[in-house]
Design a protein around this ligand. Structure first.
Ligand code: SAM
Ligand code: SF4
Length: 331
């Protein structure tokens, strides 16, 4: 039997994030610069067949969940074809995608038919002006259409992801929570991490999850902690005591969950990373394109897992900021 992907800290890796592009149709200030982006060329980006081969190999090593991300995954041409290919890989039990929702209305039904199980949609505000300030594009109406289309297509338990940024999210949390309650969406707040291109991140700009809990409790009603169905899920989960609506807090910075981390990442150009904050990458593309067999790919993935550190250190200021930003790694 093949050994699972266990690191030196006894963490078993079952989760893979695959970035399918570094491109995006907006420019969120916490992720990308407003101007002057250079993107990877078509040849540099992994082809679908290469991604599928990588996923087949790691599925044999115990990877069970795959999440497609980017950049914006829905700007990648024929993304539904990749979803169909990956949903047929033996061992993959959960196939999910994270999107900003702008192109979702045109894709939701096809993604569902192709075998996508779950969707996370990023949305930081319901205020159109604020949305433009954050993303530098006027696309809020299309995101809202996308959410409706996803529900219409039959996606259930859709998660809304909002960034938790001090000075911004305090005002957005309550309207977002009311919207999520009304539309039966789980709302999750993710603490702002130092992966922004403009280097606006500072410790003081992280809005800790407990402050969001205080705001929601005061303005909407009491929240009760619920135990997650998946013990390795990064979000601390709550539900409103009146039974309507769930809130997740992903406290990546103030209470990081590195001790249970079970994730690996594959960047759009085929580099394996063992952490969002890792400063090293393992070149799977060279192996995929160099004619090597699957054992070589297995060894490369095991080497990446073997060198995984216990924590990222972004809570104590002792970490090295990665050279790449969020859209280049795959959030
Ligand atoms: N474009 C898609 C989207 O926005 O959902 C997928 C890629 S995006 C990089 C994935 C997630 O990363 C989004 O939920 C986004 O809010 C989050 N993100 C981006 N920059 C971040 C940062 N500096 N700190 C924390 N989360 C960040
Ligand atoms: Fe694009 Fe997502 Fe980054 Fe926003 S967070 S710029 S939507 S990749």
């Amino acid at each position: 039997m093949t050994l699972p992907l266990i690191d030196d800290h006894q963490r078993v890796h079952t989760d893979l994030r695959v970035s399918v592009t570094d491109r995006c149709n907006v420019r969120c200030f916490y992720c990308m610069p407003e101007k002057g982006m250079t993107f990877r060329s078509h040849d540099e980006i992994l082809r679908f067949e290469e991604i599928e081969r990588f996923v087949r190999v790691v599925a044999r090593l115990g990877i069970r969940k795959v999440r497609l991300t980017g950049g914006e995954p829905l700007v990648r041409k024929n993304i539904c074809r990749l979803v169909r290919m990956l949903s047929a890989v033996p061992g993959i039990e959960d196939l999910a995608l994270t999107t900003n929702g702008i192109l979702l209305a045109g894709h939701a039904a096809d993604l569902k038919a192709a075998g996508l199980h779950r969707l996370n949609i990023s949305l930081d505000t319901l205020d159109r002006e604020k949305f433009i300030e954050i993303t530098r594009r006027d696309e809020l109406p299309r995101v809202l259409e996308g959410i409706a289309a996803a529900q219409e297509a039959g996606f259930r338990r859709i998660k809304l992801n909002a960034l938790a940024i001090a000075g911004l999210t305090e005002k957005e949390a309550v309207p977002l929570a009311r919207f999520a309650r009304r539309h039966d969406l789980e709302l999750r707040f993710i603490e702002f991490m130092p992966l922004d291109a403009d280097r606006r991140w500072a410790n003081g700009r992280v809005l800790p999850g407990r402050k969001i809990l205080d705001i929601l409790t005061r303005e909407i009603g009491p929240l009760q902690r619920v135990s997650p169905s998946d013990q390795q899920a990064p979000a601390a989960q709550y539900r409103f005591a009146d039974g309507s609506g769930r809130i997740g807090l992903i406290n990546t910075v103030t209470q990081h969950f590195c001790g249970q981390c079970n994730r690996l990442r594959l960047t759009a150009e085929g580099q394996v990373r063992n952490c969002l904050f890792s400063t090293r990458e393992w070149d799977a593309r060279a192996v995929l394109r160099g004619g090597a067999d699957d054992d070589a790919l297995t060894s490369l993935v095991r080497a990446a897992v073997g060198e995984k550190k216990l924590g990222h250190g972004s809570d104590n200021g002792e970490f090295a900021r990665p050279k790449r930003t969020m859209h280049q790694i795959g959030g």
